[in-house]
Design a protein around this ligand. Structure first.
Ligand code: NAD
Length: 334
């Protein structure tokens, strides 16, 4: 049997997830949740979804009575993740919530508590945990294949000029912040999972604002440094005024790198001993299958994909903002 998934929020990324669901071995698209009746009608027709599995944001809680839905995948603007995760949990559904898990660590804690109280499992949509190049980065780093990692430089940015100024990404109440929340979370993730360790402190600096009309509420660019135990440190920039997508780890006996590193591929990488190349896969399908297989077997999701992982990232993101705002080094208590 396949896990029956309802997508909550039918924007851009939901389209990628629908493609992943179409080829998933363990999950299928069974329901949709949207505030726009025309989108519900369109998705219902396109994906052959029964009308009784379509909800709007008002009647969403009625999903509690719907045995044909096992899991709700929350793909809404960041600040809405908390509300819809908690409502889905209260309706007895497992939840996958997109990155960043929420806009504050406190909200992450509330989401984890709600899922625990309801006896459902909570996963974060960290697709790269199921991606072969990134699994290799984890192996090279955590198993110290080229010796211990001393430094990681990882950055992600893309230009958003010409974007609709009303887009939720520019509204702090909906996004929680700028490119740090949207893109920087991937940089923080990769440092944490390649080192297999937690940062103890952070320093950070906001970049100059070039598009003053768009960036009145959130940063346009931000640079930060994460300090790990043993003197290891990582440097990153996330920006919406230039393009960058690369990962580089320097080790005692060599290096390993990937660029592009975070997009949907194809990825290209190399190590001090040669090419780093694996098949480019459908990342959304791989992630859904990885989570679906565990849930169908009635097993517990591993911590690296569960709510606790999203919470740890939010603690780091909050510390980065605090460091950039105060100009001080900020400790992280994990
Ligand atoms: P989007 O703007 O394309 O879609 C958001 C959807 O939410 C839209 O359908 C919109 O109608 C709906 N919505 C409901 N209430 C809203 C409100 N009050 N204001 C604005 N929109 C509202 O955004 P997206 O790119 O699909 O991003 C959705 C989530 O997915 C975000 O959390 C984002 O970080 C995440 N995401 C993840 C990846 C990934 O690779 N894992 C990629 C892109 C986006």
């Amino acid at each position: 049997r396949k896990l029956n998934v309802a997508l909550c929020g039918l924007g851009r990324y939901a389209g990628y997830l629908a493609e992943g669901l179409a080829v998933s071995q363990y999950c299928r698209l069974a329901g949709v949740v949207s505030g726009t009746p025309a989108k519900l009608a369109d998705w219902q027709k396109r994906y052959n979804i029964p009308p009784q599995n379509c909800y709007n944001y008002q009647n969403f809680d009625e999903i509690v009575a719907n045995k044909a839905i096992d899991l709700v995948y929350v793909v809404l603007p960041n600040a809405l993740h908390k509300e819809f995760t908690i409502r889905a949990a209260k309706a007895g559904k497992h939840v996958i919530v997109e990155k960043p898990m929420a806009t504050t660590a406190a909200d992450c804690r509330a989401m984890i508590a709600a899922c625990k109280a309801a006896g459902v499992q909570l996963a974060v949509g960290y697709r790269l945990h199921y991606e072969p190049h990134h699994q290799e980065l984890m192996r090279l780093g955590q198993q110290k294949i080229f010796g211990p990692v001393r430094h990681i430089d990882v950055s992600l940015g893309y230009r958003l000029d010409g974007a609709d100024p009303n887009d939720w990404h520019f509204k702090k109440a909906l996004s929680g912040g700028g490119p740090l929340m949207n893109l920087g979370v991937y940089c923080v993730q990769s440092c944490r999972y390649v080192l297999g360790a937690e940062p103890v402190a952070v320093t950070a600096q906001f970049g100059p604002v070039q598009h003053k009309d768009l960036y009145t509420e959130v940063e346009e660019a931000i640079t930060w440094q994460l300090y790990f135990p043993g003197g290891v440190f990582c440097t990153s920039t996330s920006a919406n005024n230039f393009g960058i997508d690369r990962f580089f780890a320097s080790t005692d006996n060599g290096f390993f790198e990937l660029s592009p590193a975070v997009s949907y591929g194809p990825f290209r990488g190399r190590t001090s001993q040669g090419e780093l190349k694996f098949p480019d896969i459908n990342q959304q399908a791989a992630q859904l299958d990885g989570i679906g297989r565990v849930l169908l077997a009635g097993e517990k999701l591993p911590d690296h994909i569960a709510g606790i992982e999203g919470l740890k990232d939010l603690m780091v993101l909050e510390a980065i903002y605090k460091a950039a705002e105060t100009g001080r080094r900020v400790s992280i208590n994990s």
